[in-house]
Write a protein that binds this ligand. Structure first.
Ligand SMILES: [Zn+2]
Length: 234
């Protein structure tokens, strides 16, 4: 994956995390009602229109929800939103805003900024701007990861690990963990050695297969596919 693709993947990840972060703004959502964050992508697709409407309401009346929301998530989502705008705006600026390019404005939804950045980043030729965008995208994805890890550390995913089948007990063994240095990963904590083929393994943590936050979308698809297979053959 080259740096442009990496930055695009990070921007896409931020977009996919955004609905889950919005849910966490609501104190009622703590601890999360959906133990498996990994289905956020599918949920987001289904709820897309409803959520757009909800975000726009928050945009129009920012005071209305403030007292009822969790302070740490207000700060965090505001920071991510501002960063997404800055990235989109810098890309537009680097392309000297040709007239057919839609303008970015701070109040537009984060989806607009992320989508704009994702679509036009490949045309940026200024190396300094490119490097800056890559770093910002990485940082936004990391912020999303930290926020979600706060909420999801220790949670067990509902799906049985497709590689060790949940070990001897046959129970779900994939768990969200915060590692030293603040990295977060899904780790298979099965009671037998779990050995996915190397092309399916993100990395290893203390002899167990681990998938870093950036790989979660891929992992979700992989688990989802395995579920589908089981349904068809089962
Ligand atoms: Zn396993």
């Amino acid at each position: 994956m080259n740096i442009v693709e990496r930055a695009r993947a990070d921007l896409k990840l931020v977009g996919e995390c955004w609905p889950a972060l919005q849910e966490l703004l609501d104190p009622q959502a703590w601890a999360p009602r959906q133990p498996s964050f990994l289905t956020a992508e599918q949920r987001a697709e289904l709820d897309y229109q409803a959520r757009i409407e909800q975000w726009e309401r928050i945009d129009v009346a920012p005071g209305a929800h403030r007292d009822a929301a969790r302070a740490e998530f207000i700060d965090l989502t505001a920071a991510i939103r501002a960063e997404a705008y800055e990235v989109a705006d810098t890309i537009a600026w680097a392309l000297i805003r040709p007239p057919w390019l839609p303008h970015t404005r701070p109040r537009q939804s984060i989806d607009h900024h992320l989508e704009f950045a994702h679509r036009h980043f490949g045309q940026v030729t200024d190396l300094l701007v490119s490097e800056w965008v890559v770093a910002r995208a990485r940082d936004m994805a990391a912020q999303c990861g930290r926020a979600l890890a706060l909420a999801y550390d220790g949670q067990t995913l509902k799906t049985v690990c497709p590689w060790c089948k949940g070990g001897l007990a046959g129970t779900p063994s994939l768990r969200v963990r915060i590692l030293p240095h603040g990295d977060i990963a899904v780790i298979c904590e099965s009671d037998i050695p779990c050995e996915p083929p190397s092309r399916k393994t993100g990395t290893w943590w203390k002899g167990r297969p681990a998938w870093a936050f950036q790989d979660w979308t891929w992992l979700a698809k992989e688990l989802h596919r395995d579920d589908d297979r089981k349904r068809k053959t089962g």
